[in-house]
Write a protein that binds this ligand. Structure first.
Ligand code: FES
Ligand SMILES: [Fe+2]
Length: 424
């Protein structure tokens, strides 16, 4: 349970709020590179700021204020140029660094006035990695954009799935350190959703949470595993400050504002050895719906089930009304770390997990429960015979477009079944 003040402190993300300032010390994914194969601009709202992400004619990405500083027109309807984005209302042009580069009529009427030198648009740096586009919205100098090792794994079919959820980001992130929910939400509830009353999945017997440099792991022993199992010896990774790495995919919980978040997930599906070498030139990005045609939340896939839990907690969960138990030890550790990090930022220090040294930012390894399966791979026969359902169809989120399903099928060389409830 938190006090009202603590809950506000941990959930408010706008400019100048303590948590907003803390989150602005990290790079955040805000979209996918392949989205810009078909468009030049994209309106985004991140950390309570309305912005426009664009790719200019030189292939560089920029992120600027949604509104033109001239008379506030919508820059999402601007025109990209060789360098920068031009407002379509009166033609003012802005570079990636926010400088005004051209004011067509002002320069014609008063060329020596150089009015443009006194005008800037708010701008933030953008970088690409792993097919994602990342923004840094904090004070200069920007830290390193983490080069997590999975982004350079080979022979994988990768895809990026984005959904906007009507809830605060912290509800998503507290799910990154919550082992018990797998048993109930994914194993047992999935069974009930299929109309089966049992038998339920293996019970958790013991859980543990361990700090590592870039977050915490959660570790577990279930009825069907022991202390030699990688779920106990390695665990899954809660990644600081707002992501989870499960061993083959990342889930980022990006704050849109106090009451909305983006789920941006990056998936790596190792192709069978028989399909090597597999090169993927463009990583598909798709938007996952969260409601069905009746207006009810979709519950058929793992992450959709998580979304139902987070959204169900309310726009901003009222943590003054909680009753935490032994299962929530990790949630408590996470909250206390955020409170320590807020203090660090107040004192001008870097919070947990920020990477400044470029020499360590090369293929940074993360706790990975089944490294061999993702790096070495299996044969198609082994996959067909084994129980790794996620290699046979995309189980994580509802709504994979047919075109992406076919790409995955081609990459895997295994017929991809697109239907059915989750088997956890
Ligand atoms: S409002 Fe953008 S150039 Fe006038
Ligand atoms: Fe989950």
């Amino acid at each position: 349970m938190l006090s009202e003040e603590q809950n506000q402190l941990l959930t408010r993300v706008g400019p100048g709020t303590p948590m907003g300032e803390l989150l602005r010390r990290y790079w955040h994914p805000i979209g996918g590179e392949s989205e810009f194969e078909k468009r030049t601009t994209k309106a985004v709202r991140i950390l309570g700021e309305d912005l426009v992400l664009y790719k200019d004619l030189s292939g560089n990405y920029g992120l600027v204020d949604r509104h033109c500083p001239h008379r506030r027109a919508d820059m999402a309807y601007g025109m990209v140029e060789e360098c920068g984005l031009r407002c379509s209302y009166h033609g003012w042009l802005f570079g990636r660094d926010g400088k005004c580069l051209d004011q067509p009529y002002e320069e014609t009427a008063n060329p020596s006035g150089r009015y443009k030198d006194r005008i800037t648009i708010k701008s933030y740096p953008v970088r690409s990695k792993g097919g994602l586009l990342w923004a840094y919205m904090g004070p200069a100098p920007a830290p390193e954009l983490p080069d997590w090792e999975p982004f350079s794994w080979n022979n994988g079919f990768r895809q990026i799935v984005i959904s906007e959820l009507p809830c605060n980001w912290l509800q998503g992130q507290e799910n990154s350190i919550d082992p018990i929910h797998f048993e109930w939400m994914h194993a047992n509830w999935s069974k009930r959703l299929r109309g089966e009353l049992g038998p339920y999945g293996p019970k958790h017997l013991k859980i543990d949470f361990r700090e590592y440099e870039y977050g915490f792991t959660y570790n577990r022993i279930r009825e069907d595993t022991d202390e030699n199992h990688p779920l106990w010896t390695i665990g899954r990774a809660c990644l600081w400050p707002n992501a989870m790495f499960t061993g083959d995919h990342f889930e980022y919980r990006v704050p849109v504002d106090d009451e909305n978040m983006l789920s941006i997930a990056w998936f790596f599906t190792r192709v069978p050895k028989d399909q090597e070498p597999y090169e993927q030139n463009s990583i598909p990005v798709w938007y996952g719906p969260i409601k069905d045609e009746k207006g009810e939340w979709i519950t058929s896939h793992v992450m959709n089930q998580d979304f139902v839990a987070w959204i169900g907690q309310g726009r901003i969960s009222d943590r003054t009304q909680e009753h935490l138990g032994l299962s929530d030890k990790g949630v408590g550790m996470m909250r206390r770390q955020f409170l320590r990090d807020i203090e660090k930022v107040r004192n001008g220090e870097d919070p947990k997990g920020v990477i400044r040294d470029p020499t360590i930012n090369e293929r940074v390894p993360l706790p990975t429960i089944d490294r061999e399966a993702v790096t070495e791979g299996m044969t198609a026969e082994e996959i067909k015979a084994g129980g790794a359902l996620h290699l046979k169809r995309f189980i994580f989120q509802y709504g994979q477009p047919e075109a992406v399903r076919l790409l995955q099928e081609q990459a895997m060389g295994i017929a991809q079944d697109s239907k059915g409830y989750v088997d956890a």
